[in-house]
Design a protein around this ligand. Structure first.
Ligand code: NAP
Length: 278
């Protein structure tokens, strides 16, 4: 069989992977566009990652999404790493090229920005300080995309201060660090506020940063999307802030992979949201 008449396959690699919402997103688009393709969740152990990635193109895979815990390790396996993936230190989208090379990209920053642009159309990242809680992989993508979009000041607070120090060193003086036990102070005057920790997610601890200094004109978003409205977002909404949930980021970060693998630029709309939530 030639590559032209093969049914294209894509999927998501992680461990565990059963909880991933990506199959629902991709199956919705495949059905919607009538594409003859499949999207398969694959539970892969760390020690098998490289062998699996090199075997997949021979089985008809055109690319895969990568999730926890493999997002950093794939950078060492890929032949080419995009600027965005290098900047974020991880990749969530691999493209298997016809010449046999593996290209790694990170679309989390794209998903973050598109989610805010689409759900808070008047939001302007350059308008005032951004305050970010967390300094893990997702926070790194958020910092990179905000700076790229013109943010002048990024206030960062993380439980483990050393991790925020690394981001400051990499991204420069526009990043200002606040101690975790004083994280509430950095909300004063902030126009963009982001929870990029895993706190607030079902089964995780509560985010207990005081919101007394949060002003009603801030746009507040949470990368956690289970529950859809976190306690943090509910509190911010009561203060009068415009709030944007994290599900949109998940949907938007998937779109570039679909386009590269199946050749159609998909849209993120309410139908897709409902398909993923049902
Ligand atoms: P990560 O690299 O493991 O980072 C986790 C972050 O949460 C770190 O800042 C960590 O602080 C903090 N944290 C965890 N437990 C904490 C606690 N008990 N107290 C204070 N801080 C705590 O994970 P990640 O990839 O950045 O993901 C972060 C969150 O974003 C996750 O909930 C993930 O599901 C979500 N996410 C959503 C999307 C989306 O599309 N919506 C995309 C990517 C990620 P320390 O450094 O001190 O451990």
């Amino acid at each position: 069989m030639t590559s032209q008449n093969r049914i294209p396959l894509a999927g998501v690699i992680g461990r565990p992977v059963a909880h991933s919402k990506s199959p629902r997103i991709f199956r919705h688009w495949l059905t919607h566009f009538g594409v003859k393709g499949h999207y398969i969740p694959m539970d892969v152990a760390e020690q098998d990652l490289e062998t699996v990635i090199h075997a997949l193109p021979r089985l008809g895979f055109v690319g895969v999404n990568v999730t926890i815990p493999h997002k950093e390790h794939v950078l060492e396996i890929a032949d080419l790493v995009s600027d965005q993936a290098a900047l974020t230190g991880s990749a969530n989208t691999l493209v298997f090229r016809d010449d046999g090379t593996v290209h790694a990209d990170s679309t989390d920053g794209h998903g973050f920005m598109e989610n805010l642009r689409s759900n808070a159309p008047d939001w302007d990242p350059g308008q005032g300080p951004a305050a970010i809680l967390g300094a893990g992989g997702a926070a790194r993508a958020v910092v990179a995309s905000l700076l790229n979009a013109g943010a002048e000041e990024i206030r960062l607070s993380n439980r483990t201060r050393a991790r925020s120090e690394i981001l400051r060193k990499e991204f420069g003086a526009k990043v200002r660090i606040h101690d975790w036990n004083e994280a509430g102070d950095m909300l004063k005057g902030a126009r963009t506020v982001v929870n990029a920790t895993s706190l607030g997610m079902v089964g995780h601890g509560r985010l207990q940063v005081p919101l007394r200094d949060l002003s009603g004109d801030a746009v507040v978003t949470d990368l956690v999307y289970a529950p859809l409205e976190t306690e943090f977002l509910a509190q911010a909404r009561r203060i009068g802030c415009q709030t944007v949930d994290g599900l949109g980021m998940l949907l938007f970060q998937a779109a570039p992979g679909f386009e590269r693998w199946f050749g159609i630029a998909p849209h993120v709309d309410d139908q897709l949201r409902q398909a993923v939530l049902s």
